[in-house]
Write a protein that binds this ligand. Structure first.
Ligand SMILES: Nc1ncnc2c1ncn2[C@@H]1O[C@H](COP(=O)(O)OP(=O)(O)O)[C@@H](O)[C@H]1O
Ligand SMILES: N[C@@H](CCOP(=O)(O)O)C(=O)O
Length: 317
């Protein structure tokens, strides 16, 4: 379903000579994924992933690809985008931007145990530290400004209880974002979408983070909150699983200790992480972009998570 731009081995044979990968031996479309056309590319010198970008353009992509390269070169497990013979990470294929990155081994772990969560927490802290000196500064494009733009667009689709929750949470988050503690939170480039389907494992070994296309500069704690809200929950209720939360944040803390301001901001930030994905899922559900090719994600999942984080205490950082 997710190969929007078909590519054949013949199309690619000549095109791929701009990379130092040897002759292309095989090309196979990847069916998962919802944004881009992805292919496994086997070549004489290794295994790669070819991505043709369907929405992001030549102006936006260098931030993401250079960030991936920056962190991969500093020991973070992430795909390494290849430079072509002109030193460019982006090329054109069938009129669209395209790149070749190294292929991560393994598969996504959709039923994680505390040991997987600990791997993710430690690597997330390493990502934050490695990205801290990345020179290009693009904000998180799905941050508070975007929430403010999107709220009035989705409100009419919600029943009264949902409208009330959304208005009240926006009010709460506006106040949180202007607090002194919030302004002291450490920040830098973050992944911002580190869900289970964006991390590869080979058994218990984390082999890489991928899909950096929501990355931007924001608080590090927001990244931790987004990650915990997906990795450390009971899928049905959205409730946090204390053992997995402790594993993830404990391993993060061992690499990059949390500050007092972060500890004080933890619960509001878990609410912020839930709100962000409730909003994007509401938007995609009620205002689908194309004659919808794919089943939209369930917004109710993040509404439940948000209600849980408001109602129940959370394990401390
Ligand atoms: N570097 C990589 N190494 C191995 N597999 C990858 C890599 N990048 C993407 N994939 C595979 O392609 C699938 C779709 O990638 P994803 O980035 O989620 O696509 P989309 O951006 O279209 O949502 C992933 O689920 C994964 O199986
Ligand atoms: N993780 C987001 C959707 C972003 O899509 P992705 O497949 O590119 O990570 C969600 O679950 O709402």
């Amino acid at each position: 379903m997710a190969v929007f731009t078909p590519v054949t081995l013949d199309d690619i044979a000549q095109w791929a000579t701009q990379y130092d990968i040897g002759r292309v031996l095989a090309l196979k479309g990847i069916s998962s994924g919802i944004e881009n056309s992805n292919f496994f590319l086997s070549a004489e010198r290794g295994e790669y992933v070819l991505t043709i970008f369907e929405k992001l353009g030549f102006d936006q992509l260098p931030f993401y690809l250079k960030l991936m390269r920056h962190v991969a070169e500093r020991g973070v497990a992430a795909p390494l985008p290849l430079a072509n013979r002109d030193g460019e990470l982006l090329a054109t294929l069938h009129g669209k931007p395209a790149c070749v990155v190294t292929r991560l081994e393994g598969a996504c772990q959709m039923a994680p145990h505390p040991a997987h969560c600990a791997e993710v927490g430690a690597m997330l802290a390493r990502l934050h530290l490695a990205a801290a000196d990345f020179p290009i500064r693009q904000p998180n494009l799905r941050g508070l400004d975007w929430w403010n733009e999107t709220t009035p667009v989705v409100l009419p689709y919600l029943p009264d209880a949902g409208q009330h929750l959304l208005r009240a949470e926006m009010h709460f988050q506006e106040a949180f974002a202007t607090s002194e503690a919030y302004h002291r939170l450490p920040r830098g480039p973050i992944h911002a979408d580190l869900f289970r389907n964006n991390v590869m494992f080979d058994g218990k070994r984390l082999t890489g983070f991928f899909d950096f296309y929501f990355a931007g500069v924001d608080t590090w704690l927001f990244d931790v909150a987004v990650t915990v809200n997906d990795w450390c929950i009971d899928e049905t209720s959205g409730a946090l699983d204390p053992a997995r939360v402790r594993a993830l944040v404990g391993a993060y803390h061992a690499v990059r200790p949390f500050t007092d301001d972060e500890s004080a901001s933890w619960r509001p930030m878990l609410r912020a992480g839930a709100l962000r994905f409730w909003l994007s899922r509401l938007y995609d559900f009620h205002l689908p972009r194309d004659a919808q090719m794919l089943t939209p994600h369930d917004p109710g999942h993040f509404e439940r998570i948000l209600r849980e984080r408001i109602a129940k205490p959370v394990p401390p950082l």
